[in-house]
Design a protein around this ligand. Sequence first.
Ligand SMILES: N[C@@H](CCC(=O)N[C@@H](CS)C(=O)NCC(=O)O)C(=O)O
Length: 206
Amino acid sequence: MITLHTWNTPNGRKISVALEEMGLAYKVKSVDISKDQQFEPAFLEISPNNRIPAIVDDEGPGGTPISVFESGAILLYLAEKTGQFMPTDPRGRVAVTEWLMWQMGGFGPMLGQVHHFLTVNEADRSYGLQRFLKETRRLYGVLDRRLAIVEFVAGDVSIADFACVGWAWRHQRHQIDLTEFPNVKRWYDAMMTRPGTKRGFEVALG
Ligand SMILES: N[C@@H](CCC(=O)N[C@@H](CS)C(=O)NCC(=O)O)C(=O)O
């Protein structure tokens, strides 16, 4: 059994989507980040950076438990464990890894800054909000151009899609109108009609 330590956020949803898509049995342990539960010692033992998500897999390598933190590392672990959503050919693996790293380095951290600056009072937020709104639009443009030539982010459906859809799910919050990015909209709509992805967004995380 896998325990998913998480909260109802884009990074948390990436993993519930992956677990549902892969058909893995798991239970959810909510970590209420609005109450600073991410700083509790028991959680820090499995997630030393005090961020959700993290997983504990009772049946890790060699049949013994393993914990994994960082959503990108979790997605890679689950893909390797199940042999799903990560191609076996080297070129396909490079594409998935590229787009997973692209999400982890930009299409998440930058969008999250928009979410943050929207909570800051107007007098203090102008520079930061404009900077990260611009960067967010640039990243959606990159994704839109990519999705003009491939059906899914790295070709076939992969963990790179699960990583990106977790953040695209919050497009309204970071003030993106998907009709301005038609290829992203086509991909997003396709992802959201997948039964596993739908379940991953519906499951209660806290
Ligand atoms: N790079 C990390 C980022 C995780 C992250 O930022 N999680 C947020 C919620 S989406 C969190 O736990 N925030 C709690 C805090 O800032 O203390 C990952 O992808 O797992």
